[in-house]
Write a protein that binds this ligand. Structure first.
Ligand code: AMP
Length: 420
């Protein structure tokens, strides 16, 4: 209680304390009024009231994703719930990495964050994080089922490469691109949803019951070799091949079967590749039956492509040529992202503003280290659950603070390419 007889300095201190307690209670009440809860499948979403009409649209390793209508921005958005993202190293590292890297990248082919919030009122109560993103229409798994013409196919491929090039220029090598992590809109615009594997990722062991898809992982990832940026070109090759074939190119049931599926179709790699493997892996690979593999004409015959006109016949042979340069087991002989962007099947779309767009605005706003070293630094972090909780809470609070100050205006991107 405030004692009026107390000396002035003490009174001021007590007044300030009382005011702080009142403000806290007011904020707490305000916060409670700002949120509402609803059940989505097995989960409960507790979201800001501005987000209405929630509907589940997907789920992944991190949790459930809903579409919603944002009454403030007057547009549809996607909301992803991360439940207790600090609960173990795998979840925590991924969530933290995603929150930090999202601030650094800003490209039309990488999904943009519009808002981040937690409904819990204090650090002690902190449980869940909600990420609000631009809403897209479908993921690539759904598009693969469609019959695409060359124009659409090559445009989707071009955008994947632009997004990947942007990630690479920020020092982020994805290594785990797959159709479920790529989303598109009906106008054929495409965005990559995540930042892939952390360099030291414990790949999926703690993520049960979620099944990790390995079909798109490059030989150097499967065989535990060193890798370079074109590790992501392999994944793009597998995705495009699947769009052409209508079925998964290398549907391995595990690491070993994955490798079998690769060599059965592409052939056993040459001796100089085998020499790059560490002894135990090399012994295993050398002891597999030898396969001659098939030509790309056999793997991707004309009948798989739309081929009515002479123009389309040319396109089919260009697409096949590009595939044959992307799906090369030995990374040192595989095409690079830049070379792929220059390939005749792709370069019809080439726009320097999209290909070379390197925008790391927020890095400067938040005075973070240059992006190239950022991902490496993020990766080296090992923390206890409580430390992760603190780090993630700090990131979320920072986003909330920015939203309050109007830094996140909800504009899709400075390029203004979205027309929701
Ligand atoms: P994730 O948890 O990020 O792996 O997302 C799981 C699934 O939710 C994706 O495969 C998409 O089908 C869907 N999804 C995620 N984010 C979005 C988004 N921004 N727009 C549309 N669908 C999305």
């Amino acid at each position: 209680r405030c004692d009026l007889n107390a000396p002035t300095s003490q009174r001021t201190f007590l007044d300030a304390q009382k005011a702080a307690i009142e403000e806290f209670a007011m904020n707490k009440n305000k916060r409670e009024r700002e949120f509402y809860s609803l059940d989505v499948g097995d989960s409960t979403f507790t979201v800001l009231k501005r987000y209405q009409n929630l509907r589940p649209i997907g789920s992944g390793a991190q949790g459930i994703v809903c579409s919603a209508y944002d009454q403030i921005l007057e547009r549809n958005v996607a909301i992803k719930k991360l439940s207790r993202p600090f609960q173990n190293q795998t979840h925590a590292k991924r969530a933290f990495r995603e929150l930090v890297l999202m601030k650094c990248v800003n490209h039309k082919n990488i999904i943009g964050l519009l808002n981040v919030f937690t409904p819990q009122k204090s650090f002690e109560e902190f449980q869940d994080v909600y990420l609000v993103m631009e809403l897209m229409d479908a993921n690539l798994c759904q598009v693969i089922q469609m019959e695409l013409d060359h124009e659409r196919l090559s445009y989707l491929l071009y955008q994947m490469l632009c997004g990947i090039k942007h990630l690479h220029s920020a020092g982020i090598i994805h290594r785990d691109l797959k159709p479920s992590n790529i989303v598109v809109k009906s106008d054929c615009t495409l965005k990559i949803l995540d930042f892939g594997l952390a360099r030291t990722a414990a790949t999926g062991l703690l993520m049960t019951p979620y099944v990790v898809t390995r079909y798109y992982r490059a030989p150097e990832v499967i065989l535990g070799m060193g890798y370079q940026a074109n590790v992501d070109v392999w994944s793009v090759g597998c995705i495009v091949a699947e769009m052409i074939r209508g079925s998964v190119l290398f549907p391995g049931t595990d690491h070993i079967d994955q490798w079998n599926k690769v060599i059965e179709q592409l052939g056993t790699p040459s001796q100089d590749f085998l020499m790059k493997l560490n002894q135990s892996v090399r012994t295993y690979v050398e002891n597999r039956p030898r396969y001659a593999g098939y030509s790309f004409e056999k793997l991707f015959p004309d009948a798989l492509f739309p081929a009515d006109s002479d123009h389309n016949k040319l396109k089919a042979s260009q697409a096949r040529d590009l595939l044959s340069k992307m799906l090369v087991i030995d990374a040192s002989k595989r095409i690079s992202v830049d070379e792929a962007l220059q390939h005749p099947y792709i370069n019809v779309w080439y726009d320097p503003a999209e290909v070379e767009a390197v925008r790391f605005i927020q890095v400067f706003l938040f005075s973070q280290p240059p992006p190239k070293t950022l991902d490496k630094q993020l990766d080296e972090r090992e923390h206890t659950v409580e430390e992760w909780k603190e780090l993630i809470y700090k990131e979320v609070s920072e986003w909330e603070e920015r939203a309050k100050n109007g830094v996140i205006r909800g504009q899709p991107s400075p390029l203004g390419e979205l027309s929701l």
